[in-house]
Design a protein around this ligand. Structure first.
Ligand SMILES: Nc1ncnc2c1ncn2[C@@H]1O[C@H](COP(=O)(O)OP(=O)(O)OP(=O)(O)O)[C@@H](O)[C@H]1O
Ligand SMILES: [Mg+2]
Length: 233
């Protein structure tokens, strides 16, 4: 059994024939633990829809997502929200930081939602890894785009989720900063044996993955392993 098993995943938006959009059309694939997969495809091809279904943020019209042996879409809402918080880290293009919380507080959100606090020493280690130790008490509006994205990554990593779902995480950044963020993501994913599924339209970013899945009109049109996830160390 694979770490992530996606079967016949389909998402139809809109109720009537005029507004109906088949955003995802019977998509099936498996992902092994520790694999780094890039999802590429044209605008509107269904990439973000796929990520939101993988993370159980939105419900599927048909099909199933089994993550670490658990069927994400058959869980009740509350159970699913908790499962998601424990197992999955989300990173978005728009960072989605809470403006009234400082860097440290933003990073700690998912941990706090579980009713615990991060150990001082773990927070310091994480801030150093992110290169944010000098920005610990700054507010989001006082940060550059790259720094904001590093805070968002810190938040996604704070509780070491086994799966990271990232939607165009470098989309708002210049090339050099984007590469820096990608290196950070790759290194930490390796360090914590995390599985990563990342949506990008940038070929050089996709080339950093182990495998590239291309979608077009809601269907997988190619699925290519470009390097062996396990043997490369
Ligand atoms: N909430 C929604 N209601 C109706 N249609 C939607 C909704 N969200 C997405 N769609 C449609 O589903 C299709 C896939 O959208 P999706 O956002 O998954 O594309 P994408 O590949 O992420 O595109 P982009 O690269 O522009 O972010 C599009 O045709 C879009 O118009
Ligand atoms: Mg999108």
């Amino acid at each position: 059994m694979s770490y992530l098993e996606v079967k016949g995943l389909t998402k139809v938006y809109g109720g009537n024939d005029e507004t109906k959009v088949v955003a995802l059309d019977h998509v099936s694939f498996n992902v092994e633990k520790g694999e780094f997969v890039a999802i590429v495809g044209a605008s509107g091809s269904g990439k973000s829809t796929l990520l939101s279904l993988l993370g159980g943020v939105d419900s599927a019209t048909f099909g199933s997502v089994v993550l670490d042996g658990e069927d994400v879409h058959s869980m009740k809402a509350k159970q699913r929200a908790e499962f998601r918080r424990r197992k999955i880290g989300f990173i978005f293009q728009e960072y989605n930081l809470i403006p009234v919380l400082n860097v440290e507080e933003n990073i700690e959100i998912p941990v706090r939602l579980d009713g615990v606090r991060m150990k001082e020493e773990n927070m310091t280690k994480l801030l150093i890894m992110l290169g944010l130790e000098e920005r610990r008490y700054h507010m989001p509006e006082e940060l550059s785009g790259g720094q904001k994205q590093r805070v968002a990554i810190g938040r996604a990593y704070a509780h070491h989720p086994a799966l990271i779902l990232a939607d165009e995480p470098t989309g708002n950044l210049d090339k050099a900063t984007g590469m820096e963020i990608m290196t950070l993501l790759r290194n930490s994913a390796r360090k914590f044996s995390q599985t990563m599924i990342l949506v990008t339209h940038d070929e050089s970013i996709a080339a950093m993955a182990d495998r590239i899945i291309t979608i077009s009109d809601g269907k997988i049109v190619s699925d290519e392993v470009i390097r062996n996830a396990v043997s490369e160390e």
